[in-house]
Design a protein around this ligand. Sequence first.
Ligand SMILES: *Cc1c(COP(=O)(O)O)cnc(C)c1O
Length: 419
Amino acid sequence: MTTEKAKAPLSPPLSPGSAGGEEVGRASLLQRLTVQTSERAACDLLRRARTVDHAEGPWLEIGDRRLLAFCSNDYLGLARHPQLIAAFKRVADDEGVGSTAAHLVCGHRREHAELEEALAEWTGRERALLFSTGYMANLGVMQALLRRGDLCVQDKLNHACLLDGAALAGATLRRYPHGDAAAAARQLASDPQASTLLATDGVFSMDGDRAPLRELAALCRRDGATLMVDDAHGLGLLGPEGAGSVAEAGLGTREVPVLMATLGKALGTQGAFVAGSAALIEGLTQFARTYVYTTAMPPALAAAALAAVRLARADGWRRDKLAALIARFRGGATQLGLPLAASDTPIQPLLLGDAASALAAATALEARGLLVGAIRPPTVPAGQARLRITLSAAHEEEHVDRLLDALAALPRALGDRPV
Ligand SMILES: *Cc1c(COP(=O)(O)O)cnc(C)c1O
């Protein structure tokens, strides 16, 4: 997520004429960006994409190394499932690759319509609307619902795209301390006249804990605010048949009118959707610009996602296996005195504090053949850098044990472990 700090200008103003000696009256944008980048590098905060040559379940081949990964969001181990691959290939053979147009032009295919129906049914909503990514879904929803002068109340640890969505819509953004429903109530009360959206992650992406959905829902009902839940990390994992954290909390469309989730995490594919009343979906179809003005996802991808929805609902054993792996990891990590977070989801962060420690721990694990993400500011608040360990039904017990062995071997200075 984005923090205030991340938005503050980091670089000093450049003097006019500093771009290659030309006499120009303004600072060069590229030069400013370069300065910002080098400042980030100086604080151990540079980000860089790794090229994965081959992925096979939790195993990744990078260059000449084969690493056991604990950093993907493929929680149910569906990304390589033969039924997903078969659906993807069949529709690619029959329909081609690109959808060739936006949904509202001629890009909306039968595979999209079937997937929307399945998602609405699974989440217990009247209708669902597909977006090409979760980021776009959140921007589109907020743009359609909110206007300047409206209030958008959000948890401080919400995903970056929820924060960006409120900013783009021009609403007044007020954030409350993580998971604090009483503080959320105070933010709602700060402007009782304003039309208000309260938006929260269902499961927090970097912490793995859950939002107090029932309290937030009660609050929104009392104060006439609309509740939106981003369940990117709850769908497929929590609730009956994996219908998500909103279903687990027993909340329907009345309590949570706007439910968003992605297809790129537990469902192992790509894309996202918003589910809710027919009126909500009709409105988004008209006014969500990230739905209207973009090419529909490939129909083969929609077909693969539909296969994933069916498996996610039917394969309760995947959730059971994952729960056993999570318990094994937490049991072992507790014995080692590791700085575990209060999470019972597959997201199991180890809070290490400064960015350099998180990076050093990730490097040490990689030397032992394990790939774990070091999450640093501005994705998490300063001083809360961490290893973001994620477990998957594609892992086996011996994989978790290997991770625990490697964590036990980390120098004691990495993290606040007792001797
Ligand atoms: C991943 C994520 C998104 C963005 O979804 P994409 O489909 O990857 O763009 C939105 N919200 C949350 C909470 C996420 O974790």
